[in-house]
Design a protein around this ligand. Structure first.
Ligand code: AZA
Length: 297
């Protein structure tokens, strides 16, 4: 005998771009580009176990709904739009009990022309994305995670790594000065919202959470005299929680992108290691991967 122990289904990679026009100057515009995943849970087992499609809200309808709700509602901040979308599914269909909405917001940053911000022209200034995960329960509560992914950073000094296990497997030289680079993937969890209205009332807090988490991440990366990726990661989490009273949990996933010194002494005694290191070999793999979640006591 077997049983269906868990089921969730939905539409992934729903893409949309929304243009919003300033009411007093329609040439002044704002753009938001998203890739969205909508997943639903509820009384849907029959579709799996009895080939009965009666409970199935089609994934095509989920795509249509996403487009329609984007037209009819604000899409910024993405945490709010994810909550609106999730709430729609759990309030429209009695047999759908939970909705999970994941939004990736791609960067379109207004750029300057002749020194002035242009009204309707934007640049993709990096592959960094803003991410949101909303979990909406039919009884009201909404759990929101904000985040950043693919924010590629590098510092050329201010990072050391020594004092680690030395045994017969160890070849890595200790260093007091190395390159540190990572693609930042950070997630912060807000205290649970009672319902959609509570999310609407907290837009400023949500935006502040994003801005402060991003700024703390970048500032800490730059200014912390790092003993390890682990120590810098923990400090970032601690600072975000301290600066945001409604964020109780922060997680990072940091690949350690290695740049190795190249010993060039074989060529005419050229010095290129230690304090003379200037030309490095970027490594594509393997890479370290340092992760942790830090919560408020
Ligand atoms: N943490 C670091 O910051 N650098 C490393 C590690 C580690 O765990 N292992 N090798 N290099």
């Amino acid at each position: 005998m077997v049983q269906l122990s868990h089921s969730r289904y939905g539409k992934d990679n729903i893409r949309l771009l929304k243009v919003e026009r300033d009411p007093t100057n329609p040439r002044l515009q704002y753009v938001y580009e998203f890739t969205i995943r909508v997943m639903l849970e509820g009384d849907i087992a029959a579709a799996y176990t009895h080939a009965d499609n009666a409970p199935v809200v089609t994934t095509d309808s989920m795509k249509n709904t996403t487009h329609i709700l984007a037209k009819k509602n604000p899409v910024s901040p993405p945490e709010l739009f994810a909550s609106i979308l999730g709430t729609h599914f759990v309030t429209t269909y009695a047999h759908i009990h939970k909705a999970f909405v994941h939004i990736v917001q791609h960067r379109w940053t207004r750029y300057a022309v002749d020194g002035a911000p242009h009204e309707h022209s934007f640049i993709r200034d990096g592959e960094e994305v803003r991410v949101v995960d909303a979990e909406v329960d039919e009884s009201g509560p909404i759990t929101l995670n904000g985040g950043i992914a693919d924010l590629l950073v590098l510092k050329s000094t201010g990072s050391a790594f020594y004092g680690y296990v030395q045994d017969k497997y160890t070849t890595l030289p200790e260093t007091e000065d190395r390159i540190m680079s990572t693609a930042i993937d950070a997630t912060w969890k807000f205290d649970q919202f009672e319902n959609l209205e509570a999310v609407r009332a907290s837009i400023e807090t949500i935006e502040k959470g994003y801005a402060s988490a991003r700024e703390i991440t970048l500032n800490t990366f730059a200014t912390h005299e790092s003993a390890s990726v682990q120590a810098t990661l923990y400090l970032m989490c601690q600072r975000i929680i301290e600066a945001n009273s409604t964020i109780g949990e922060v997680s990072y996933r940091l690949p350690n992108k290695h740049y190795f010194e190249i010993d060039l002494s074989w060529f005419e005694g050229l010095k290129n290691t230690g304090e003379d290191a200037q030309v490095y070999a970027p490594q594509s793999n393997p890479n370290g991967l340092i992760t942790a979640t830090v919560t408020r006591d």
